[in-house]
Design a protein around this ligand. Structure first.
Ligand code: HEM
Length: 425
């Protein structure tokens, strides 16, 4: 089927072979070459392939990467053509059991992989439950969490902020939003198991950690059924949609995971910008306006979810001059779309004050309202509180020494070492 309304930003002659596996120029996304400078990868791919590039995922598995703003918007707003249930994939026979992307792509019965009316039901419950979060109260909770975390390292005059702050804070905020008391030993264990299952370090057992997370969230749902409170879990249980407990457990884990990783990297990338860019240097310690600008600029130019996997073509269709086959995987190139020269006058890429970026995706499966607002409250409070508590904070290494994580999916630093005058408490 050819839909003439599908955007076509292909370079001349780019309407290549039907199957990405057959494309001689398919670019391997798993190598280390571009991980410090993904913009160069996107520019290069756009130059060579246009708005939709044939790529190879880990293990040489073929997929398409949508790089154009119009193409990503089209894919995400036509879920009848590009759907979310990964069981449609025509590559499953080639995927090994230990494939590294399986945790993101392997089907799970959660909101993430549902479609149509079932997705509306599940996502509606999440949105309604998140809408019940009082944003002022969330900000106060985040400030308390931020203070506790800063207290742990304030006396030492130095810290590694990615693990001790940027990732630690949204994890605690999300768990507390779901109704677990912040100070319980149980909550600390859950936070540690979530960290291990989402972001395993050497020596961790992420599978065992994930089993414990499931058991703990099952317990949380059982507890809240007996004794509800003013929290996301209790509101999901009380929803007239009548979700089963297993559905609520799956979706709560999705909410916590979806909240933690990108918000942690949003905080980290914003702190990096504030600490390395002269434009923010003068009023960084007091400047609320600057913090807001930095948060916004990161979403446009250094967005946490760089690429999202993905959507699966429901039928044969053209996109960006490419022939996509039913069952092909399309990766959403959110970072590339934000910096697409087509949307920037005279090719000048910068950060706009509006929020027309695709960092929270678009369409039916986008980051559900009001999650982006809650993420903003968490990230803004985290950054502002840190700067208020440690006003003379500086990087403890040269900016060029900061290393990005070796991933084309999430953009975040491996470490953010800082120094400041020790605070005696
Ligand atoms: C409080 C914080 C957050 C919560 C509770 C949250 C929640 C969620 C949930 C439940 C989904 C699944 C939606 C669905 O499949 O229907 C989702 C998707 C997503 N979220 Fe968020 N999120 C948060 C923060 C963020 C941040 C900070 C970013 C990036 C800057 C982000 C970007 C995304 C993206 C790109 C998707 C994928 C949408 C797609 O499939 O098209 N989220 N989020």
């Amino acid at each position: 089927m050819t839909d003439t309304s599908v955007p076509n930003h292909a370079p001349d002659g780019a309407a290549g072979p039907a199957c990405p596996a057959a494309h001689p120029d398919a670019v391997a996304l798993s190598g280390l070459q571009y991980q410090q400078t993904p913009f160069e990868l996107y520019r290069e791919l756009r130059r060579k392939h246009g708005a939709v590039a044939p790529v190879l995922l880990d293990g040489g598995i073929p997929a398409w990467l949508a790089l154009g703003y119009a193409e990503v918007s089209y894919v995400t707003s036509h879920d009848e053509l590009f759907a979310r249930d990964s069981r449609r994939w025509n590559q499953w026979p080639n995927i090994p059991a230990d494939w590294p992307l399986l945790p993101y792509v392997g089907y799970q019965p959660s909101v993430l992989f549902t479609e149509g009316a079932e997705h509306q039901r599940r996502a509606g419950v999440i949105s309604d439950a998140l809408e019940g979060v009082d944003q002022l109260e969330l900000s106060q909770h985040c400030q308390r969490i931020a203070d506790q975390l800063v207290d742990r390292f304030a006396g030492s005059g130095q810290a590694e902020l990615m693990s001790s702050y940027a990732h630690a804070l949204p994890m605690r905020a999300a768990v507390q939003m779901c109704g677990m008391p912040l100070d319980g030993a149980d909550t600390e264990a859950l936070v540690e198991d979530l960290r291990m299952s989402l972001d395993a370090a050497e020596g961790d057992d992420p599978v065992a950690a994930y089993v414990r997370v499931q058991e703990r969230i099952q317990q949380l749902v059982a507890d809240k059924r007996r004794s509800p409170g003013p929290d996301v879990t209790s509101r999901m249980i009380a929803s007239p949609a009548g979700l089963a407990d297993e559905e609520i457990v799956q979706d709560l884990i999705s909410v916590i995971a979806a909240a933690q990783q990108p918000t942690g990297n949003w905080i980290g990338n914003t702190l990096r910008l504030l600490l390395t860019d002269d434009r923010f240097a003068l009023n960084v310690s007091g400047g609320r306006v600057s913090v807001g600008q930095a948060l916004n600029e990161v979403l446009w130019l250094d967005t946490p979810t760089q690429n999202f996997i993905g959507r699966w073509a429901v039928r044969d269709i053209q996109l960006g001059g490419r022939q996509i086959r039913a069952g092909d995987c399309v990766v959403l190139g959110l970072a590339a779309a934000n910096t697409d020269p087509q949307i920037w006058p005279e090719g000048h890429v910068g950060a706009q004050v509006n929020s027309a970026h695709l960092s929270f995706s678009n369409g039916e499966h986008r980051c559900p309202f009001p999650a982006p607002q809650l993420a903003d409250v968490i990230a803004r409070t985290a950054v502002e509180t840190l700067l208020e508590r440690l006003p003379d904070i500086v990087l403890a290494v040269e900016p060029e020494e900061l290393a990005w994580r070796p991933s084309i999916w999430m953009r975040g630093l491996t470490a953010l070492p800082v120094a400041f005058t020790p605070v005696v408490q």
